[in-house]
Design a protein around this ligand. Structure first.
Ligand SMILES: Nc1ncnc2c1ncn2[C@@H]1O[C@H](COP(=O)(O)OP(=O)(O)OP(=O)(O)O)[C@@H](O)[C@H]1O
Length: 305
């Protein structure tokens, strides 16, 4: 376990009978990266994360975590790996503190960060002494975060980490992420929350239908995002067809037409659209949200409409 990639997936495939969870996914995450994993429901995010941490056996391909196989080398990987599952299941009768002890035993490593993490996330001694069965959703999530980070792992895999956290606690979590990155730790997080990914991650993988659509830097995705063109036509003069621009799926509302166009095509699209019936035109960058949605729909920038 030296300078190798923190995560290396090669042709990772996981089938559940006839259902394909992940399909030939190849991806490398370098040490020290905060890497986002984004995709619509059922895209294969959780399946990938569970393969990564050795909870699921791949149907095909290979998984290397810190240079090791997370299943066959589990004992060597576990002390360096933190994992927050998407669906937390704790023993309800155990207290928070007992839960953390139990999970620490499974990690096979001491928990030097536990006290500090509990303080920062607001898990007080009296809360930690109560049975987890009585915890609120947010308290369970905080406990999940503490167990994932308590042993100061080199690699942290987080499935929807801010689910159920209030905005203040989310801020604390983002600060923790920054500190981990500064300390050279690697973080892979799955999220549906785009501003969160924008704010915390350097690179992002987008998955859809189990396949990798693209891997991009957050900055690159911003640059590549579509232009939104809005046209206002004179009363009754909205053309029935926009010719070649129909491929951008124009949305019509009254005298207005709006379409999202790749940046490289915005000027030529405008040339074809402008005419005497056009009273007004605006062009702006689409939000990052829309850039992502576009990728989800189209299946990747390389395919283009
Ligand atoms: N245990 C299972 N048995 C059968 N199919 C499964 C199982 N787990 C996942 N799948 C299927 O694999 C695909 C990927 O699911 P997965 O949970 O990995 O997606 P996801 O991106 O995490 O979705 P979400 O954002 O909704 O949590 C889906 O089609 C899902 O129905």
């Amino acid at each position: 376990m030296g300078d190798e990639p923190a995560i290396e997936l090669t042709g990772l495939t996981k089938r559940y009978g006839a259902v394909v969870g992940v399909d030939t996914l190849t991806l490398t995450v370098r040490p020290g990266e905060v890497f986002g994993f984004l995709g619509p429901n059922g895209a294969g995010k959780t399946t990938t994360l569970r393969c990564l941490v050795g909870l699921l056996r791949p149907t095909g391909g290979t998984v290397r975590v810190l240079g090791l196989d997370p299943i066959t080398d589990h004992g060597r990987v576990a002390p360096h790996l933190g994992y927050l599952p998407g669906e937390l299941r704790f023993y309800p009768e155990l207290s928070g503190a007992q839960t953390l002890d139990l999970l620490s035993d499974l990690q096979g490593a001491p928990s030097p960060r536990r006290g500090k993490l509990c303080d920062r996330l607001g898990l007080t001694r009296s809360v930690l002494d109560r049975p987890v069965g009585g915890y609120s959703r947010g308290m369970k999530q905080k406990l999940g975060l503490v167990q994932a980070l308590q042993h100061d792992p080199r690699l942290v895999v987080l499935d929807e980490p801010t689910e159920g956290l209030d905005p203040l606690v989310q801020e604390t979590f983002y600060a923790l992420l920054q500190e981990m990155a500064s300390a050279g730790r690697t973080v892979l997080l799955s999220s549906h929350v785009l501003p969160e990914v924008q704010r915390t991650c350097g690179r992002v993988a987008i998955v859809r239908d189990g396949r990798l659509v693209t891997v991009e830097s957050v900055a690159g995705l911003r640059e590549a995002r579509a232009r939104r063109i809005r046209l206002t036509f004179a009363d009754g003069q909205v053309p029935r067809t926009l010719g070649g621009a129909e491929r951008w799926g124009p949305r019509r509302q009254g005298n207005r037409v709006e379409l999202l166009v790749p940046p490289s095509e915005a000027v030529s699209a405008l040339r074809g659209l402008l005419g005497p019936a056009v009273l007004d035109v605006t062009v702006e960058e689409a939000g990052l949200d829309e850039a992502f949605l576009d990728l989800y729909r189209r299946g990747g920038p390389e395919e283009g409409p």
